[in-house]
Write a protein that binds this ligand. Sequence first.
Ligand code: DC
Length: 238
Amino acid sequence: MSDVGGVVLAIDGPSASGKSSTARAVAEALGYFHLDSGALYRGVTLAALRELARRGEKGGDPLSLDPEVMLRSAEDLGLALHPDGVGFAAYLGGEPADIEIRGEQVTSYVSPVSALPVVREWVNARLREMVRAGMNVVVDGRDIGTVVFPDAELKIFLTATPEARARRRLAQRGDDVDEAAVAHEAAVLADRDIRDSSRPVAPLCQATDAKLLDTTGMGFADQVRWIVEQARSIRPKP
Ligand code: DC
């Protein structure tokens, strides 16, 4: 058992590496819960947008708010993840918020919001609280194995080339997967990788004790099977 209660399996990696869908399938196979840490960064971003709208600044930039104000709005609006089958459903203002937190507006602001140190501390505290309840979880994010749960029983760093990730992202969106679109999307992803890996707070990097899984040219079922096999050999720490 990790020092936070249950067994923790951390899956980190760059954007569009398939962390969330893989983490969910692994959790299902193992009978664990799947905790998507990005949902909390997205929830804080949505709370900040709601606070701006309340002030009559609909469509304003969340970064114009003091980070403490963002977090107060998240708390006042009761931002929470509630167990829902194998995963968790996000709630804000007493309403389901999963669709809105993954919408275009939140997606365009979440990266700079997630770079704010106080926001990261708040999210990390929520994640640790949830896992302290003793549940076995697969947690996916960028800094789960390095910062949030450094004692996780198993750490996976999931990656693929920018081109492979671009193809998957375009197909997921239902866009044409032609060479020009792949090249454009791959450049966007490579640029985001550089930003995420070079930010001063909790940069994206592989934990020294994480197992690297490069899924370029690998099918979804095979990557899930590979992680589940690794997880089956977990020996809980004494
Ligand atoms: O995985 P996602 O796209 O839902 O993540 C949303 C944003 O939050 C993205 O910009 C990366 C950031 N994030 C992070 O910095 N650390 C995490 N553990 C999870 C997400």
